[in-house]
Design a protein around this ligand. Structure first.
Ligand code: ADP
Length: 488
């Protein structure tokens, strides 16, 4: 029997010198306009909102609030650009997409810092995951632009027209890339709306798009909140809606476009089960649990927010987990040592705190490390809930924060039942030494992605999407092209 507590007391006693990423190489304007028809233009009604750094509550910049009139301009410019763009040979379209990919790579450091400033995620994550993956999606789909006849052999495909794309705040640039790259590769034009708390990297992307020489109107970026998103959804000239966000808004969109010809893909919430069998490599599994729930402060739709651990190893796993979260560094997102950055907004922090309260009231046993957190900013300690059951709200509902609900199981059948007993079906993880168990579970788990002996691994070549209330349609990989074409 190992003695994790003693070992960890030593590790937890380490302190790290601050290692902040420099910010002197970034350029952020005081005010950003809308990107319509290849130009930055002021909003029709002259309204702006502020984007705030969630780690210190300082205003970073003022952002144009697009009205329905501005959305109309953007959609018309995309509609006008469509014919020529769709008629361009795939090889030529690909060149523009490759150029965008390379420009993101060239400015990767700047993008990473701005992503962390605007959204609160640790610089290690924006630097090593968000930005390289965003570039990789553009590279990947650039490669498909002139090979659509191989993607859909013996079928003739045509683009849909104007794609209205609405994205959330948890992976701002990456979600923009997931949406824009396949739409362009297949010959569609785009009106994209970033989330209101994290608009900056999408606006930086607009600068790159302008620099790339992409024909005017092919990509339009409009900023604003729910009303701006609704104006895109309801616009009659929009032929396809791609939405990533909450299940509530996803349901609204589905209702709003019912009876129209608009195509729809929805990537919504999740409550991923991360399943640890007794034969798993326990230390690796513990790291996997940490990555599954605390990556990006748990603001991840596919987060492993439910831990299902086999009873025989539950005590050991929970003890190791408690020790491990004591050594997680919470604080400045720009510090390279930081494991858990700032919660994206005060509103989201309140939601998470409310769920923690509910968890306690429902009788869950809470565990949180008690180290200091910065005085100003939105912070939430990594949180474990032990002794919770299927009926608890913190087991059923998506929290979208660093809160893990821990349950145990005895048999495979029991864990399959528990894992599937949720309205969602986005992701799951399985940790075991036995390959046959992995194959059995991947068949039985109702989840769009099942990771084996790892978690939260993404690749541009791999499709991603859900079942049930997690949405429908796939993004990434060859499957991601399908959502942007019609068959002749
Ligand atoms: P969250 O609740 O986590 O902020 P949302 O689903 O509200 O997630 O936000 C995801 C995206 O959907 C954001 O870009 C947001 O502005 C947009 N949005 C919110 N309400 C609507 C709506 N009624 N119609 C279209 N888009 C919306």
């Amino acid at each position: 029997m190992t003695k994790p507590s003693n070992k960890n007391a030593f590790v937890a006693s380490w302190s790290y010198e601050a290692a902040p990423e420099s910010t002197d190489h970034i350029q952020i304007k005081k005010q950003y306009e809308l990107f319509i028809n290849g130009e930055f233009i002021a909003p029709d009604n002259g309204e702006y909102f502020e984007t705030v750094n969630p780690a210190n509550h300082q205003v970073i910049s003022k952002i144009a609030e697009a009205s329905a009139t501005d959305v109309d301009k953007a959609v018309n410019s995309a509609d006008k650009a469509f014919k020529k763009w769709a008629a361009l040979p795939g090889k030529e379209r690909g060149k523009f997409i490759f150029r965008i990919a390379r420009l993101i790579q060239e400015r990767a450091r700047e993008f990473a810092v701005i992503e962390s400033l605007d959204g609160g995620k640790p610089i290690r994550e924006s630097r090593d995951i968000d930005i390289p993956l965003a570039a990789s999606h553009f590279f990947y789909y650039a490669g498909w632009a002139d090979k659509l006849s191989y993607a859909f052999p013996n079928r003739e495909v045509k683009p849909l027209g104007v794609a209205g794309q609405i994205i959330p705040w948890n992976f701002p640039l990456l979600m923009a890339a997931w949406k824009i790259a396949p739409a362009l590769a297949t010959g569609n034009t785009v009106v994209l709306k970033p989330a209101e708390t994290t608009p900056l990297t999408a606006l930086k992307l607009a600068e790159i798009i302008k620099e790339s020489g992409l024909p005017k109107g092919v990509v339009n970026i409009v900023t604003g909140a729910g009303a701006t998103g609704a104006a895109i959804v309801e616009h009659p000239k929009v032929n396809k809606i791609a939405f990533t966000g909450s299940t509530g808004v996803g349901k609204y969109i589905q209702k709003a476009i019912a009876g129209t010809n608009k195509k729809l893909t929805l990537e919504l919430g999740g409550k991923g089960a991360n399943i640890i069998f007794e034969d798993a490599a326990i230390d690796q599994a513990v790291e996997g649990i940490i990555n599954a729930i605390f990556f990006n402060q748990g603001h991840v739709c596919c987060a492993g927010s439910r831990l299902l651990v086999q009873e025989s190893v539950a005590t050991l796993v929970i003890e190791k987990l408690k020790n491990r979260i004591n050594s997680l560094v919470i604080g400045d997102p720009l510090d390279k040592n930081t494991d858990i950055g700032a919660i994206n907004s005060e509103k989201q922090l309140q939601t998470i705190q409310e769920y923690i309260k509910i968890g306690i009231e429902e009788g869950g046993e809470i565990y949180q490390p008690d180290g200091p957190t910065p005085k100003i900013g939105n912070w939430c300690r990594p949180t474990l809930f032990i002794n919770v059951s299927q009926s608890h709200r913190i087991v059923q509902e998506e929290i979208f924060g660093p809160v893990l609900a821990i349950q145990t199981f005895r048999t495979i059948d029991e864990v399959i039942d528990k894992a599937n007993n949720t309205p969602f079906g986005l992701s799951a993880g399985v940790w075991t030494e036995k390959g046959s168990k992995i194959f059995y579970l991947t068949q039985k788990l109702k989840a769009g992605v099942v990771w084996a002996n790892t978690y939260n691994k993404f690749d541009a070549t791999s499709p991603f999407g859900g079942y049930k209330e997690s949405g429908f349609g796939r993004e990434g990989g060859l499957h991601g092209l399908k959502s942007y074409v019609k068959f002749q």
